[in-house]
Design a protein around this ligand. Structure first.
Ligand code: ASP
Length: 586
């Protein structure tokens, strides 16, 4: 065997279809690909458009009546310049064609289950059932190749920063990421189960104890959660951890990886990535993953109505957003926005339109003082034709309702407005207080509290604990949460305090994370890390709204795989081996 030259050529072909140009005129070429279309040229001649992943080229074929769509061919012929008038400006190969073709049918094909070259919407189940046909489309070819570029750029960036790729197990004990585990029954130990990793979190922390001070992995993570446009059961993350590193170090490492990925796909390197505290994000955008491609920020109005007589405005907090030119919205639309807000748990929505004389018209204007209305116009810097939308309620409720409304009304399509990365820092340590008065962790329980709030942990209790900040951070891109990370607790005393607050007793902690706690007793360096979703980053770089468009073999919204039929039952014998019995459905 001799080594093959590194080129497009294989023993069956000399060139790819989409690469032929005027410079190739006169060359004899062999091409392989699928029949995209066949058109009769004359009684004896047909045009066959041959397609591979690089594009399409027109081949002039003798006869060719038996060549059907999606047949797999090898075509050998001579490249010639097309006659003037026959040039196809829409095609990269449009100035040439291949003539005097000898055609070899490598495989026949049944008619495809859906057309490949039309822009018709095909039912998703049918697309996924025949994903191998769907993958031939230029859109899927492009998306999966973008994905490969993203992966490769990330690997390069991490490795050039000294990160070592370490693979962690798929069969493991549960990791505390807060979602439901997928489990795998053990045959050797009937009744016992492995969990599939929700993330390599605990293993990567153990790598730090093990002296690998910069770990990374492009890791498969599995979480049994309801699926959405930006969520699949299994997804890929760039997972990283570093020792003797703090939040700023992590930002530098990850910035380098995302910048390299963007540069590989878009061609330009994004500038510095700004940071914003969680509190600022919530106050200004009503979201912990603000889409900063557009304004429409939340405006604080509480003081304006400090001693209002309008009952609906006697509230903990009043904020509003301004929709430029929104006064055009009709009554129906305003009613449906009000219904949305109520559906999201709000009491209601107040709208006000700015008239030509800069006064406000609204069904509730009569309940407000002149001065209050004037202040509103000033605070919003409202112009005639604008629409003001106001919500009064508990502060947290106001923020989240207006945040959703802002997104609903202002969010540009995924392909518009550029790429706006943002680090959101200082997430609260606890997301809520449960009925028993215990705090519920916002991240996993190994997240280091903010150094300035360590004392608060000792001195406060109940809902006051919600003010305790953590050293957890998220990376956001155009309103999508790309990923999360934190500085970890490596000190036993702080960890015990957190477990205590969370009501995790010594025994429970031992049972759940005993191996990690034990490892920490053997010399744990301070460490911090992060993980971001490669599916989400790729989707945004490819201009796709749904991550399924950048995954080769995704599941449907209901979690099924129409291609292989998964999930499917297993036979009795197999169940018995595993010590399992399936209960009848309720
Ligand atoms: N394991 C976390 C996650 O998957 C990321 C991290 O904290 O590093 O969200």
């Amino acid at each position: 065997m001799t080594d093959k030259p590194l080129s497009d050529a294989t023993s069956m072909r000399t060139d790819h279809c989409g690469t032929l140009r005027i410079a190739d005129v006169g060359r004899e070429v062999s091409l392989c690909g699928w029949v995209d279309r066949r058109r009769e040229h004359s009684e004896h001649l047909a045009f066959v458009d041959l397609r591979d992943h690089t594009g399409i080229v027109q081949c002039v074929v003798d006869g060719g009546r038996d060549l059907r769509s999606e047949y797999v061919l090898r075509v050998t012929g001579t490249v010639q310049r097309r006659l003037e008038g026959a040039v196809n400006a829409d095609l990269a190969t449009g100035e040439v064609e291949v003539k005097d073709c000898r055609v070899e049918v490598l495989a026949e094909a049944e008619p495809p289950p859906f057309p490949l070259h039309e822009r018709t919407e095909v039912d998703e189940t049918i697309r996924l059932r025949h994903r191998y046909v769907d993958l031939r489309k230029p859109r899927m070819q492009r998306n999966l190749r973008i994905r490969a570029q993203v992966n490769s750029a990330i690997r390069g960036a991490m490795e050039s920063q000294g990160f070592v790729e370490i693979e962690t197990p798929m069969l493991m004990a549960s990791t505390p990421e807060g979602a439901r585990d997928f489990v795998v029954p053990s045959r050797k130990e009937p009744g016992a189960f492995y969990a599939l990793p929700q993330s390599p979190q605990l293993f990567k922390q153990l790598c730090m104890v093990g002296g690998f001070d910069r770990y990374y992995q492009i890791a498969r993570c599995l979480r049994d959660e309801d699926l959405r446009a930006d969520r699949q059961f299994e997804f890929m993350q760039l997972d990283a951890e570093a020792s003797f590193a703090d939040q700023e170090d992590v930002f530098c490492f990850i910035n380098e990886a995302v910048r390299a990925a963007v540069e590989a796909v878009v061609g330009t390197r994004p500038g510095p990535i700004p940071t914003m505290t969680w509190l600022e994000a919530m106050e200004r955008f009503g979201s912990d993953k603000p889409d900063v491609r557009f304004g429409m920020e939340l405006v604080e109005l509480t003081d304006i109505f400090a001693d209002t007589e309008f009952n609906a405005f006697k509230a903990d907090c009043i904020k509003g957003i301004k929709v430029d030119g929104g006064a055009e919205l009709g009554r129906n639309r305003l009613d449906s926005l009000t219904d949305d807000v109520k559906g999201w748990g709000g009491k209601g929505l107040v709208w006000m339109k700015v008239e030509a004389d800069a006064t406000l018209s609204s069904p509730v204007a009569k309940f407000c003082r002149e001065a209050e209305l004037r202040s509103l116009v000033e605070t919003f810097d409202a112009q005639p034709g604008d629409l003001l939308l106001l919500v009064a309620d508990e502060r947290a409720t106001v923020r989240s309702l207006l945040g959703r409304l802002r997104t609903e009304l202002g969010r540009p399509p995924v392909t518009q407005g550029g790429l706006h990365f943002l680090w959101v820092t200082e997430f609260p340590l606890f997301e809520a207080i449960d009925d028993g008065g215990r705090p519920i962790p916002a991240h996993h329980p190994f997240t280091m509290p903010h150094p300035d709030d360590l004392e608060l942990l000792e001195t406060t209790s109940g809902t006051d604990l919600l003010a305790v900040r953590s050293q957890a951070y998220d990376l956001v891109l155009n309103g999508w949460e790309l990923g999360s990370g934190s500085v970890r607790i490596h000190r036993g005393d702080i960890q015990s305090k957190i477990f205590d607050l969370l009501g995790i007793g010594v025994e429970e902690a031992q049972a759940k994370f005993g191996f990690l706690l034990e490892a920490f007793r053997f010399g744990a360096p301070p460490h911090a890390g992060f993980a971001f979703g490669i599916d989400r980053l790729t989707a945004l770089l490819a201009g796709e709204e749904n991550i399924r468009e950048v995954i080769a073999y995704p599941k449907t919204q209901s979690g099924a795989d129409p291609l292989t039929g998964a999930p499917n039952p297993i036979d009795e014998q197999h169940l018995r081996e595993l010590g399992l019995r399936v209960l009848p459905r309720d």
